[in-house]
Design a protein around this ligand. Sequence first.
Ligand code: 4AD
Ligand code: MG
Length: 465
Amino acid sequence: AVASIQQVLDGKVAVGETVTVQGWVRTRRDSKAGLSFINLSDGSGFAPIQIVAPALLANYESEVKRLSAGCAVRATGAVAASEGQGQAYELQAETIEVVGWVEDPETYPIQPKAHSLEFLREVAHLRPRTNLFGAVSRIRHCMAQAIHRFFHEQGFYWINTPIISTSDAEGAGQMFRISTLDMMNLPRTAKGEVDFSKDFFGKEAFLTVSGQLNVEAYCLALSKVYTFGPTFRAENSHTTRHLAEFWMIEPEIAFADLNDDAALAEAFLKYIFKAVLDERMDDLTFLAERVEKTAISKLEAFINAPFERIEYGDAITLLQKSGQKFDYPVEWGLDLQTEHERWLTEQHVGRPVVVANYPEHIKAFYMRLNDDGRTVAAMDVLAPGIGEIIGGSQREERLDVLDARMRQFGLDPAHYQWYRDFRRYGSVPHAGFGLGFERLVVYVCGLQNIRDAIPYPRAPGLATF
Ligand code: 4AD
Ligand code: MG
């Protein structure tokens, strides 16, 4: 029978039983005693399995001794207790079949050594073969599963919001426009250049920046809903925190205010971190050894820390009195920069912080205007080591106030008639937030650059394949 390497290492196959494993060679070492040790990985878990290949194998000299990193192999043999350090089981090979050779081992990009992350970004199609990207991929999967499980257990429904959209959900003007092109008969301008102004079947259309407005429609019928899908931002930023294409999770809850929203964000983040600690200790241990010492302790601390709540106005006062030299100015009415956020959460509180009630003119049009007339019911969740990871708000449920806000931001109400309908028919207080999935993967894995948190990063200047 065929088993995954993780099944064998977990002891799911009895010692002495014959099993087949299939994977890719990490390393081969030949002993003087006339046998070889092959570390084989199939990605089912962090650890490779050690295959002991005796010289009496029919293809020992002709093939086994030519195996190099990256070769694909199918090995059959008996499971044995391992004397090697670190793992309980190994495989005593009876046959080793080479399924795919590496055509030029010298130039194979993924050698058994530590490669720089810059280099690995250039070979994004081969980097999943490294320990690091294997670990990140498994953790990313674990987090996605935990997110769906959390919402399902709490009675939320997953709503698939559209990727092609006409409304600028954030009112921030950072959208990619879609054109319809007949590749066999490209439309040309008078100058003979390709005419990209042809739009989506006669209408202007864009890639969505957020599913929020669409998911609000479902919230105001199904009460507890969320989106989890790709979103796009045409920000030409070369930072380590921004992608042009990223995945966003956006829950939305009806009959709820900003306090309910903050409580949901806290329960949600803790649930995901706990799932990673429960399910991916193998990968976290590797990351703690090789990438960031605090990979495990940071998550444990987060789970056990009650979030602090600070008003935006108080945060400004605290920052001004901090005696710190910041690069960006701190003043009521200005947005908080990452350096300010990190001071608040790392230096001042030492725990995750929810900053609430920001000045109305720096936040999106859909956020609920507070009674003071100058702040909106918005919140950002800040975490030590990264700053903002979640942004959310209570939504403006009063039609007249929403209309005034849209006018203030210069938005065309014609694009938002459908959104105004929610305020005309059975409007209720409701709230939600958005979490950038890759920002959370960066945080959990202790990465430095968001481009390493998604399989195929899309950002200015990067290869697109
Ligand atoms: O703060 P943002 O723009 O909020 C929204 O889109 C709201 N519609 C959310 C809501 O209330 N439903 O984005 C939300 C989160 C940010 O906190 C950040 O984690 C992430 O999305 N994000 C990005 N992640 C990667 N690359 C980018 N360019 C990002 N822009 C935002
Ligand atoms: Mg934000």
